[in-house]
Design a protein around this ligand. Structure first.
Ligand code: SF4
Length: 223
């Protein structure tokens, strides 16, 4: 299944077949990213074939309540390919953890295991917006842990205004991750109004929290 984004050179492939990969490789796309919950990567033969077909960048998004996501990432990282100069490289793997109540209870173990597998990037994707405020502190601790393990991590679906001091870990500020804007009235006074797209479901977010950020705060935070 093809999903094009940016309308230009990037293609996301959701649960692709080998044929989808080959088709994407024959297109003019510069960047191809494979998205999966991991089930299709449980067979090592399929992983080898898909990497030989040209897939290099993978996002495994899972609740990580069973072994599927971990096994899939291990299989992908175990496979390697040669680049044009003949160097052996490993695929780039992004682990996207859905921040659900059950995952939050096990977050320490999940993140430790993901870092041990040596993935390239960890994503914390908030799926329960009502619980967002209570999860923010836990996520900041996890981001710190990833940093100590030398792993870059990002959040998804959390606005900048409740990620103070962690703004650079908010994926929406990076242009290729930008989404449709979804803001509140107060956002027009926010220093980040250009960078931040807001987030889906802002109406569930209490008005007293996530106050617009002013220039002074930003200067202080980024020193
Ligand atoms: S106040 Fe609005 S624009 Fe500012 S960080 Fe929060 S959601 Fe984004």
């Amino acid at each position: 299944m093809f999903i094009k984004y940016d309308g230009k050179k990037n293609i996301l492939l959701n649960e692709p077949t080998i044929k989808d990969i080959e088709q994407a490789m024959n297109s003019s796309a510069e960047r191809i990213k494979v998205l999966s919950d991991g089930k299709i990567f449980l067979e090592q033969d399929f992983v080898h074939t898909i990497i030989r077909s040209g897939a290099r960048v993978f996002r495994i998004e899972s609740r990580f309540v069973d072994k599927t996501g971990f096994k899939a990432m291990e299989n992908i990282l175990f496979s390697s390919y040669k680049n044009k100069s003949g160097q052996v490289k490993k695929a780039y793997v992004e682990a996207a953890i859905q921040v659900t109540p059950i995952n939050l209870r096990n977050m320490g173990n999940i993140v430790r295991r993901i870092c041990d597998i040596n993935v390239d990037r960890v994503i914390f994707k908030v799926v329960n917006k009502e619980k967002m405020l209570t999860t923010t502190n836990d996520l900041k601790l996890m981001i710190d842990y990833c940093e100590r393990q030398d792993k870059w991590s990002l959040t998804e679906n959390i606005p900048l205004c409740i990620m103070d001091n962690y703004e650079y870990h908010v994926s929406e500020i990076y242009p290729h991750n930008s989404k449709k804007e979804n803001k509140r009235e107060e956002c027009k006074d926010c220093f980040y109004k250009k960078e931040c797209p807001g987030f889906e479901g802002m109406n569930v977010f209490p008005k007293k929290d996530g106050k617009p950020i002013n220039q002074m705060q930003l200067d202080y935070q980024t020193k």
